[in-house]
Design a protein. Structure first.
Length: 456
């Protein structure tokens, strides 16, 4: 028997099988751990993406409805779409909190998700399945854009900024934004949404943004298209409408003076005064200040059109105002504020750099009734047009056809102008300087637009 065991001991046949059997537990263990690790990692990644998406959705909701209930509802709705783990969250999750603003990080939303799921191999050695936790914090943070054009209308059924026809628009380092929430064309190239649209126009801008969808064009030099952006603030929201005038001046013909005529409206006007302009006489519309001939307004005065329209249609007419504001309102019924129709002649306006209407060349009452139509206000320009300052029409739409025979990327000097209206449509030719080049013109200091980003 002993001899037989010695012979077996010295026999090397089958040693690979013996070694394989000895190492099999190690191989099975390594494969089991590897499989479980991959599954845990996948769940963790899916859970983190769900938390990230939920936090971002929460911030967008805070920007419009800043209540905890609304934010929680938004997070839950987003998770129903974007949580692909396929495992129920543990009780008490998602945990949603609204941290206080922290420097530039505003409207913060923190979302914590947690789940637990046993895995085949690991469960043989663990008393309980480990928790998988994902935390995400998003906030509204400053972007790099400064908006020279703002469409304030937040409706989901309108186009807030439209660039159509053969428009030439050069904003340089400035940007355009529509606060409209229209899902497809809050900011529009005027035709279809494909990249070949806008072929008849030229646009140069740092970005074209909107709270809703943005149409783009491969024919434009727009660095970034930013749909689903936070709405831009109204930079003149605190500027009041005038409520009275210190004197009244009639812009009309009389028996001895027919149109066209030249006149400097300066008779006794004093800087700091608020002067009402009225039209009428000699067959003219009493509700319209019609500019014919050359009208020059006195520097430093606020000129009010109380329930009056502003009209200039003659190609030989001109309206000049250095360092003053034309303010349109209606003292007794702001809804009936007049409109602007400048389709001929030359406009040369410069806003004041101090006072209540600092930086505003044309002001229209924010309570003016809105018909919902395009081009309630209409300003055409020619090569001699110059508006330095803001055109502020927060309650109605405007069609701005600009002025100046610019060519693409030309060195022609742009205007220090800002256009803020409920809805904006562009045509014609316009070249505008960036706001950081225009602080001496009284315009607001550049304020970067907002972006929703993950911050933790």
């Amino acid at each position: 028997m002993l001899k037989a065991f010695k012979k077996l001991w010295n026999d090397d046949r089958g040693n690979a099988l013996i070694l394989f059997g000895a190492s099999l537990p190690l191989l099975v263990g390594a494969a089991g751990i590897a499989t479980d690790t991959i599954q845990w990692t996948l769940w963790k990644r899916q859970l983190q993406r769900a938390a990230d998406s939920g936090a971002i959705a929460g911030v967008y909701t805070r920007l419009n409805t800043d209540t905890e209930a609304a934010v929680r509802a938004a997070v839950n709705a987003d998770l129903a779409i974007n949580n692909h783990v396929g495992i129920a969250l543990q009780s008490g999750f998602p945990a949603v909190t609204l941290p206080a603003d922290d420097g530039d990080k505003e409207k913060q939303v923190r979302v914590v998700l947690q789940l637990s799921k046993a895995l085949p191999f690991s469960s043989m050695f663990m008393e309980a399945a480990p928790n998988i936790v994902a935390t995400a914090t998003a906030a509204s943070v400053p972007g790099g854009d400064q908006y020279c054009v703002i469409g304030l209308d937040k409706s989901a059924s309108v186009t807030g900024v439209e660039i159509s026809g053969s428009t030439f628009l050069d904003l340089g380092n400035c940007s355009l934004i529509a606060n409209s929430k229209h899902k497809d064309k809050a900011a529009s190239n005027g035709t279809s949404g494909n990249g070949q649209a806008g072929s008849g126009s030229y646009v140069k801008a740092a970005s074209l943004a909107a709270s809703g969808g943005v149409q783009y064009s491969n024919n434009w030099k727009v660095s970034d298209y930013d749909p689903n952006s936070p709405p831009a603030d109204d930079p003149f929201a605190g500027v009041p409408s005038p409520t009275s005038c210190s004197k009244t001046v009639t812009i009309s013909a009389n028996a001895n003076q027919g149109y066209p005529y030249d006149r400097t409206v300066a008779g006794g006007d004093v800087a700091g005064e608020t002067v009402c302009l009225v039209g009428g006489g000699n067959g003219q519309n009493a509700n319209t200040v019609a500019v014919k001939g050359a009208i020059k307004l006195q520097t430093g005065v606020t000129y009010v059109l109380n329930g009056q329209n502003l009209s200039m249609t003659d190609t030989s007419a001109s309206l000049t105002c250095g360092g003053c504001t034309i303010a349109m309102t209606n003292f007794t019924n702001p809804a009936n504020t007049g409109n602007i129709k400048i389709t001929g002649g030359t406009v040369n306006l410069t806003a004041p750099t101090t006072g209540t209407y600092k930086g505003i060349a044309i002001y229209q009452d924010r309570l003016a009734s809105d018909s919902g139509q395009k081009a309630q206000n209409h300003i055409n320009g020619n090569s001699g047009q110059s508006i330095t300052g803001a055109i502020y029409i927060p309650g109605r739409s405007i069609l701005y056809n600009g002025g100046g025979n610019y060519v693409a990327d030309s060195t022609v000097e742009g205007a220090c102008m800002m256009l803020v209206a409920k809805r904006v449509e562009f045509g014609g030719n316009s070249k505008v300087k960036a706001l950081d080049e225009c602080e001496t013109a009284g315009l607001p200091a550049p304020k970067a637009g907002k972006r929703v980003r993950l911050v933790a």
